[in-house]
Design a protein. Structure first.
Length: 394
Protein backbone atom coordinates (compact mmCIF):
# COMPACT_ATOMS: atom_id res chain seq x y z
CA UNK A 1 0.00 0.00 0.00
CA UNK A 2 1.42 3.38 -1.03
CA UNK A 3 2.09 5.99 1.68
CA UNK A 4 0.94 9.59 1.38
CA UNK A 5 2.52 12.19 3.68
CA UNK A 6 0.43 15.00 5.11
CA UNK A 7 1.85 18.51 5.46
CA UNK A 8 2.69 19.66 8.97
CA UNK A 9 -0.21 21.51 10.56
CA UNK A 10 -2.85 19.79 8.44
CA UNK A 11 -3.67 17.02 10.93
CA UNK A 12 -6.68 18.58 12.70
CA UNK A 13 -9.42 17.62 10.22
CA UNK A 14 -8.04 14.08 9.87
CA UNK A 15 -7.91 13.63 13.66
CA UNK A 16 -11.52 14.84 13.81
CA UNK A 17 -12.35 12.12 11.26
CA UNK A 18 -13.37 14.39 8.44
CA UNK A 19 -13.27 12.14 5.35
CA UNK A 20 -11.71 14.62 2.89
CA UNK A 21 -8.05 15.52 2.42
CA UNK A 22 -7.47 18.19 -0.20
CA UNK A 23 -4.52 18.02 -2.58
CA UNK A 24 -3.00 21.17 -1.06
CA UNK A 25 -2.64 19.42 2.30
CA UNK A 26 -0.42 16.67 0.89
CA UNK A 27 3.36 16.99 1.27
CA UNK A 28 4.30 14.13 -1.04
CA UNK A 29 3.31 10.70 -2.32
CA UNK A 30 5.73 7.81 -1.91
CA UNK A 31 5.23 5.94 -5.15
CA UNK A 32 2.72 6.19 -7.96
CA UNK A 33 -0.73 5.04 -6.87
CA UNK A 34 -3.37 4.77 -9.57
CA UNK A 35 -6.55 6.77 -9.21
CA UNK A 36 -8.90 4.81 -6.96
CA UNK A 37 -6.17 2.90 -5.13
CA UNK A 38 -6.34 2.64 -1.34
CA UNK A 39 -3.35 4.35 0.28
CA UNK A 40 -2.09 5.03 3.82
CA UNK A 41 -2.03 8.60 5.11
CA UNK A 42 0.89 9.44 7.43
CA UNK A 43 1.71 12.59 9.39
CA UNK A 44 5.01 14.42 8.93
CA UNK A 45 6.61 12.09 11.51
CA UNK A 46 5.55 9.01 9.55
CA UNK A 47 2.83 7.94 11.99
CA UNK A 48 -0.29 6.29 10.58
CA UNK A 49 -3.37 8.53 10.53
CA UNK A 50 -5.90 6.86 8.21
CA UNK A 51 -6.30 5.10 4.89
CA UNK A 52 -8.52 5.97 1.97
CA UNK A 53 -9.12 6.27 -1.75
CA UNK A 54 -6.51 8.27 -3.66
CA UNK A 55 -7.15 10.34 -6.78
CA UNK A 56 -4.41 12.50 -8.25
CA UNK A 57 -6.83 14.35 -10.56
CA UNK A 58 -9.27 15.46 -7.90
CA UNK A 59 -9.12 18.50 -5.64
CA UNK A 60 -10.17 16.06 -2.92
CA UNK A 61 -7.09 13.89 -3.29
CA UNK A 62 -7.97 11.49 -0.47
CA UNK A 63 -11.35 10.21 0.69
CA UNK A 64 -10.72 8.55 4.02
CA UNK A 65 -12.25 5.21 4.91
CA UNK A 66 -10.67 3.91 8.12
CA UNK A 67 -8.72 5.46 11.01
CA UNK A 68 -7.83 2.22 12.84
CA UNK A 69 -4.57 0.79 11.51
CA UNK A 70 -5.47 -2.70 12.77
CA UNK A 71 -8.57 -2.87 10.52
CA UNK A 72 -7.94 -3.93 6.92
CA UNK A 73 -9.99 -2.16 4.26
CA UNK A 74 -10.77 -5.16 2.11
CA UNK A 75 -13.73 -6.99 0.59
CA UNK A 76 -15.08 -8.00 4.00
CA UNK A 77 -14.85 -4.39 5.22
CA UNK A 78 -16.77 -3.15 2.17
CA UNK A 79 -19.48 -5.79 2.47
CA UNK A 80 -20.02 -4.98 6.16
CA UNK A 81 -20.38 -1.26 5.40
CA UNK A 82 -22.98 -1.91 2.71
CA UNK A 83 -24.87 -4.39 4.89
CA UNK A 84 -24.94 -1.90 7.80
CA UNK A 85 -26.26 0.87 5.56
CA UNK A 86 -29.04 -1.33 4.17
CA UNK A 87 -29.98 -2.61 7.64
CA UNK A 88 -30.25 0.97 8.90
CA UNK A 89 -33.12 1.65 6.46
CA UNK A 90 -35.18 -1.37 7.43
CA UNK A 91 -37.77 0.62 9.41
CA UNK A 92 -38.51 2.94 6.46
CA UNK A 93 -39.56 0.26 3.98
CA UNK A 94 -43.08 -1.12 4.41
CA UNK A 95 -46.34 -1.50 2.47
CA UNK A 96 -46.81 2.29 2.38
CA UNK A 97 -43.23 3.09 1.24
CA UNK A 98 -41.04 0.91 -0.98
CA UNK A 99 -38.55 3.55 -2.07
CA UNK A 100 -35.70 5.17 -0.14
CA UNK A 101 -31.96 5.84 -0.21
CA UNK A 102 -30.05 2.76 0.94
CA UNK A 103 -26.50 4.12 0.79
CA UNK A 104 -25.59 7.80 1.14
CA UNK A 105 -21.90 8.17 0.27
CA UNK A 106 -19.71 9.67 3.02
CA UNK A 107 -22.61 9.62 5.50
CA UNK A 108 -22.51 5.80 5.33
CA UNK A 109 -18.68 5.69 5.28
CA UNK A 110 -18.69 4.79 1.57
CA UNK A 111 -17.51 7.95 -0.22
CA UNK A 112 -18.84 8.15 -3.75
CA UNK A 113 -21.50 5.43 -3.50
CA UNK A 114 -25.20 6.30 -3.67
CA UNK A 115 -27.84 3.58 -3.88
CA UNK A 116 -31.57 4.27 -4.19
CA UNK A 117 -34.26 1.60 -4.03
CA UNK A 118 -37.26 1.94 -6.35
CA UNK A 119 -39.60 -0.99 -5.66
CA UNK A 120 -37.74 -4.03 -7.05
CA UNK A 121 -35.00 -2.00 -8.79
CA UNK A 122 -31.87 -0.28 -7.56
CA UNK A 123 -30.39 2.90 -9.01
CA UNK A 124 -26.67 3.33 -8.34
CA UNK A 125 -24.46 6.41 -8.65
CA UNK A 126 -20.71 5.91 -8.52
CA UNK A 127 -18.97 9.25 -7.99
CA UNK A 128 -15.39 8.28 -7.03
CA UNK A 129 -12.69 6.25 -8.73
CA UNK A 130 -12.26 4.20 -5.56
CA UNK A 131 -15.83 2.91 -5.61
CA UNK A 132 -15.58 2.40 -9.38
CA UNK A 133 -12.72 -0.06 -8.81
CA UNK A 134 -14.73 -1.94 -6.17
CA UNK A 135 -17.99 -1.94 -8.11
CA UNK A 136 -18.12 -5.73 -8.76
CA UNK A 137 -18.05 -6.36 -4.99
CA UNK A 138 -20.64 -3.62 -4.40
CA UNK A 139 -23.00 -5.16 -6.95
CA UNK A 140 -22.54 -8.65 -5.57
CA UNK A 141 -23.32 -7.49 -2.03
CA UNK A 142 -26.38 -5.51 -3.12
CA UNK A 143 -27.69 -8.56 -4.97
CA UNK A 144 -27.01 -10.75 -1.94
CA UNK A 145 -28.75 -8.33 0.45
CA UNK A 146 -31.74 -7.33 -1.67
CA UNK A 147 -32.13 -9.66 -4.67
CA UNK A 148 -33.30 -6.80 -6.93
CA UNK A 149 -34.90 -7.36 -10.32
CA UNK A 150 -32.20 -5.12 -11.78
CA UNK A 151 -29.49 -2.59 -10.93
CA UNK A 152 -29.13 0.50 -13.11
CA UNK A 153 -26.08 2.78 -13.17
CA UNK A 154 -27.05 6.48 -13.13
CA UNK A 155 -23.49 7.75 -12.78
CA UNK A 156 -24.12 10.80 -14.94
CA UNK A 157 -23.26 13.46 -12.34
CA UNK A 158 -20.84 16.17 -13.46
CA UNK A 159 -18.75 15.51 -10.34
CA UNK A 160 -17.43 12.32 -11.96
CA UNK A 161 -15.33 14.46 -14.29
CA UNK A 162 -13.37 15.73 -11.26
CA UNK A 163 -12.27 12.14 -10.67
CA UNK A 164 -11.38 11.55 -14.31
CA UNK A 165 -14.46 9.39 -14.86
CA UNK A 166 -16.88 9.36 -17.77
CA UNK A 167 -20.64 9.51 -17.33
CA UNK A 168 -22.51 6.21 -17.42
CA UNK A 169 -26.16 5.31 -17.93
CA UNK A 170 -26.61 1.56 -18.29
CA UNK A 171 -27.82 -1.70 -16.74
CA UNK A 172 -25.26 -3.17 -14.35
CA UNK A 173 -27.01 -6.35 -13.29
CA UNK A 174 -30.29 -8.18 -13.78
CA UNK A 175 -33.05 -6.84 -16.00
CA UNK A 176 -33.28 -3.31 -17.44
CA UNK A 177 -35.98 -1.34 -15.63
CA UNK A 178 -39.21 -0.74 -17.55
CA UNK A 179 -39.70 2.77 -18.88
CA UNK A 180 -41.84 3.51 -15.83
CA UNK A 181 -41.27 1.81 -12.47
CA UNK A 182 -44.19 2.18 -10.07
CA UNK A 183 -43.21 2.96 -6.48
CA UNK A 184 -45.19 3.96 -3.42
CA UNK A 185 -44.20 6.58 -0.84
CA UNK A 186 -46.40 7.43 2.14
CA UNK A 187 -49.21 5.55 0.41
CA UNK A 188 -48.96 7.61 -2.80
CA UNK A 189 -47.99 5.96 -6.09
CA UNK A 190 -45.36 7.41 -8.43
CA UNK A 191 -44.22 6.38 -11.87
CA UNK A 192 -40.43 6.69 -11.89
CA UNK A 193 -38.32 6.91 -15.04
CA UNK A 194 -35.00 5.63 -13.72
CA UNK A 195 -33.06 5.82 -16.99
CA UNK A 196 -34.12 9.33 -18.05
CA UNK A 197 -35.23 10.97 -14.79
CA UNK A 198 -33.24 13.59 -12.88
CA UNK A 199 -30.53 12.48 -10.45
CA UNK A 200 -31.16 8.80 -9.64
CA UNK A 201 -34.77 9.02 -10.86
CA UNK A 202 -36.69 10.50 -7.92
CA UNK A 203 -36.19 12.82 -4.95
CA UNK A 204 -36.87 10.60 -1.94
CA UNK A 205 -35.17 13.16 0.32
CA UNK A 206 -38.43 15.15 0.48
CA UNK A 207 -40.53 12.21 1.71
CA UNK A 208 -41.23 13.60 5.21
CA UNK A 209 -41.52 17.21 4.06
CA UNK A 210 -44.17 16.39 1.44
CA UNK A 211 -46.32 14.84 4.14
CA UNK A 212 -45.85 17.80 6.52
CA UNK A 213 -46.78 20.41 3.90
CA UNK A 214 -49.82 18.37 2.85
CA UNK A 215 -51.13 18.44 6.42
CA UNK A 216 -51.74 22.18 5.92
CA UNK A 217 -53.29 21.86 2.44
CA UNK A 218 -56.90 20.87 3.17
CA UNK A 219 -59.23 23.33 1.47
CA UNK A 220 -56.29 25.50 0.36
CA UNK A 221 -55.19 26.85 -3.01
CA UNK A 222 -51.66 25.52 -3.54
CA UNK A 223 -48.83 26.49 -5.93
CA UNK A 224 -46.10 23.86 -6.34
CA UNK A 225 -43.01 25.29 -8.06
CA UNK A 226 -40.19 23.13 -9.46
CA UNK A 227 -42.77 20.36 -9.04
CA UNK A 228 -40.81 17.68 -10.96
CA UNK A 229 -43.04 14.57 -11.00
CA UNK A 230 -45.40 15.95 -8.37
CA UNK A 231 -44.34 15.00 -4.86
CA UNK A 232 -45.85 18.02 -3.13
CA UNK A 233 -48.71 18.22 -5.66
CA UNK A 234 -49.89 14.64 -5.15
CA UNK A 235 -49.71 14.87 -1.36
CA UNK A 236 -51.70 18.14 -1.37
CA UNK A 237 -54.38 16.73 -3.69
CA UNK A 238 -54.67 13.58 -1.60
CA UNK A 239 -55.17 15.76 1.48
CA UNK A 240 -58.09 17.62 -0.17
CA UNK A 241 -56.49 20.86 -1.32
CA UNK A 242 -59.12 22.93 -3.13
CA UNK A 243 -56.75 23.30 -6.09
CA UNK A 244 -53.10 22.77 -6.98
CA UNK A 245 -51.12 24.49 -9.73
CA UNK A 246 -47.82 22.79 -10.62
CA UNK A 247 -44.97 24.48 -12.49
CA UNK A 248 -41.82 22.91 -13.94
CA UNK A 249 -39.62 23.62 -16.97
CA UNK A 250 -39.34 19.92 -17.88
CA UNK A 251 -41.93 18.54 -20.32
CA UNK A 252 -41.10 14.98 -19.19
CA UNK A 253 -41.65 15.92 -15.53
CA UNK A 254 -45.02 17.54 -16.24
CA UNK A 255 -46.11 14.58 -18.37
CA UNK A 256 -45.10 12.15 -15.61
CA UNK A 257 -46.87 14.26 -12.99
CA UNK A 258 -50.13 14.14 -14.92
CA UNK A 259 -49.78 10.37 -15.26
CA UNK A 260 -49.17 10.14 -11.50
CA UNK A 261 -52.40 12.03 -10.78
CA UNK A 262 -54.29 9.48 -12.86
CA UNK A 263 -52.35 6.60 -11.25
CA UNK A 264 -53.59 7.69 -7.82
CA UNK A 265 -57.16 8.35 -8.92
CA UNK A 266 -56.99 11.99 -7.83
CA UNK A 267 -59.37 14.70 -9.03
CA UNK A 268 -57.84 16.10 -12.25
CA UNK A 269 -60.30 19.01 -12.24
CA UNK A 270 -58.51 20.41 -9.17
CA UNK A 271 -55.13 20.43 -10.91
CA UNK A 272 -53.40 22.72 -13.40
CA UNK A 273 -49.97 21.83 -14.86
CA UNK A 274 -47.79 24.52 -16.43
CA UNK A 275 -44.55 23.85 -18.27
CA UNK A 276 -42.56 27.05 -17.82
CA UNK A 277 -39.53 28.66 -16.25
CA UNK A 278 -40.61 29.15 -12.64
CA UNK A 279 -39.33 32.71 -12.17
CA UNK A 280 -41.01 33.79 -15.41
CA UNK A 281 -44.26 32.13 -14.35
CA UNK A 282 -44.22 33.72 -10.89
CA UNK A 283 -44.00 37.15 -12.52
CA UNK A 284 -46.85 36.21 -14.87
CA UNK A 285 -49.02 35.20 -11.91
CA UNK A 286 -48.40 38.59 -10.31
CA UNK A 287 -49.39 40.39 -13.50
CA UNK A 288 -52.58 38.29 -13.58
CA UNK A 289 -53.39 39.12 -9.97
CA UNK A 290 -53.25 35.46 -8.88
CA UNK A 291 -53.08 34.64 -5.17
CA UNK A 292 -52.47 31.36 -3.32
CA UNK A 293 -52.78 30.04 0.23
CA UNK A 294 -49.64 27.87 0.04
CA UNK A 295 -46.60 28.33 -2.19
CA UNK A 296 -43.95 25.58 -2.39
CA UNK A 297 -40.50 26.52 -3.72
CA UNK A 298 -38.14 23.55 -4.20
CA UNK A 299 -35.51 24.79 -6.68
CA UNK A 300 -32.43 22.95 -7.95
CA UNK A 301 -29.03 23.55 -6.35
CA UNK A 302 -28.16 27.26 -6.72
CA UNK A 303 -24.86 27.08 -4.79
CA UNK A 304 -22.73 24.07 -5.81
CA UNK A 305 -19.81 25.57 -3.85
CA UNK A 306 -19.06 28.31 -1.35
CA UNK A 307 -17.65 30.48 -4.14
CA UNK A 308 -21.13 30.53 -5.71
CA UNK A 309 -22.89 31.46 -2.46
CA UNK A 310 -23.26 35.22 -3.05
CA UNK A 311 -24.80 34.74 -6.47
CA UNK A 312 -27.01 31.94 -5.14
CA UNK A 313 -28.19 34.09 -2.23
CA UNK A 314 -29.42 36.73 -4.66
CA UNK A 315 -31.23 34.07 -6.70
CA UNK A 316 -32.86 32.59 -3.58
CA UNK A 317 -33.87 36.08 -2.42
CA UNK A 318 -35.53 36.99 -5.73
CA UNK A 319 -37.31 33.64 -5.96
CA UNK A 320 -38.69 33.84 -2.44
CA UNK A 321 -39.66 37.48 -2.79
CA UNK A 322 -41.77 36.56 -5.83
CA UNK A 323 -43.28 33.65 -3.94
CA UNK A 324 -44.21 35.82 -0.95
CA UNK A 325 -45.92 38.37 -3.19
CA UNK A 326 -48.32 35.68 -4.46
CA UNK A 327 -49.56 34.66 -1.00
CA UNK A 328 -52.77 35.72 0.63
CA UNK A 329 -52.16 37.36 4.02
CA UNK A 330 -51.43 34.63 6.54
CA UNK A 331 -50.54 32.17 3.77
CA UNK A 332 -47.73 29.63 3.98
CA UNK A 333 -44.45 29.58 2.09
CA UNK A 334 -42.70 26.19 2.13
CA UNK A 335 -39.26 26.99 0.75
CA UNK A 336 -36.17 24.82 0.36
CA UNK A 337 -32.49 24.88 -0.49
CA UNK A 338 -30.57 21.74 -1.48
CA UNK A 339 -27.26 23.66 -1.63
CA UNK A 340 -24.82 22.25 0.90
CA UNK A 341 -22.96 25.58 0.94
CA UNK A 342 -26.11 27.38 2.18
CA UNK A 343 -26.58 26.70 5.90
CA UNK A 344 -29.91 27.20 7.64
CA UNK A 345 -28.94 30.50 9.33
CA UNK A 346 -27.83 31.95 5.99
CA UNK A 347 -31.08 30.74 4.45
CA UNK A 348 -33.09 32.47 7.18
CA UNK A 349 -31.19 35.68 6.47
CA UNK A 350 -31.96 35.41 2.75
CA UNK A 351 -35.66 35.00 3.57
CA UNK A 352 -35.53 38.02 5.88
CA UNK A 353 -34.11 40.08 3.00
CA UNK A 354 -36.77 38.72 0.66
CA UNK A 355 -39.51 39.66 3.14
CA UNK A 356 -38.11 43.18 3.49
CA UNK A 357 -38.03 43.66 -0.28
CA UNK A 358 -41.56 42.30 -0.59
CA UNK A 359 -42.88 44.50 2.21
CA UNK A 360 -43.99 41.41 4.14
CA UNK A 361 -43.78 40.16 7.71
CA UNK A 362 -42.63 36.56 8.03
CA UNK A 363 -42.79 34.02 10.87
CA UNK A 364 -40.70 30.85 10.70
CA UNK A 365 -43.10 28.17 11.98
CA UNK A 366 -41.31 24.95 10.99
CA UNK A 367 -37.80 23.91 9.96
CA UNK A 368 -37.52 21.17 7.33
CA UNK A 369 -34.56 18.79 6.99
CA UNK A 370 -33.52 15.67 5.11
CA UNK A 371 -35.00 12.33 6.26
CA UNK A 372 -33.28 9.54 8.15
CA UNK A 373 -32.18 7.67 5.02
CA UNK A 374 -30.03 10.75 4.27
CA UNK A 375 -28.13 10.82 7.60
CA UNK A 376 -25.63 13.51 8.53
CA UNK A 377 -22.35 12.14 9.85
CA UNK A 378 -21.08 14.07 12.87
CA UNK A 379 -17.60 14.43 11.36
CA UNK A 380 -18.98 15.42 7.93
CA UNK A 381 -21.40 18.36 8.30
CA UNK A 382 -21.22 18.94 4.54
CA UNK A 383 -23.63 16.03 4.22
CA UNK A 384 -26.42 18.23 5.58
CA UNK A 385 -27.46 19.69 2.25
CA UNK A 386 -31.29 19.85 2.38
CA UNK A 387 -32.89 22.46 4.53
CA UNK A 388 -36.14 24.37 4.39
CA UNK A 389 -38.53 26.60 6.26
CA UNK A 390 -42.27 26.88 6.51
CA UNK A 391 -43.08 30.56 6.80
CA UNK A 392 -46.32 32.32 7.61
CA UNK A 393 -46.40 35.45 5.51
CA UNK A 394 -48.40 38.60 6.33
Amino acid sequence: MVDVLLKKGKEKAVLQRHPWVFSGAIERVKGKPADGDIVRLLNEKGDFMACGFYNGQSRVALRLLEWDESIAVNEEWLRKRIAAAVAGRGNILNTATNTCRLVFSEADYLPGLIVDKYADYLSVQVLTSGIEKLLPIVLNELQSQLNPAGIFDKSDASSRSHEGLETINKVLAGNPPPEIVEVVENGIKYGINIAEGQKSGFYCDQRDNRRIVAEHARGKKVLDCFCYTGGFTLNALKNDASSVTSVDSSALAVETLQANIQLNGLDKSKHTAIQSDVNKQLRAFREQGEKFDIVVLDPPKYAPSRSALDKASRAYKDLNRNGMLLLNSGGLLATFSCSGAMDIESFKQVLAWAALDAGKEVQFIYQFCQPEDHPVRASFPEGEYLKGLMCRVY
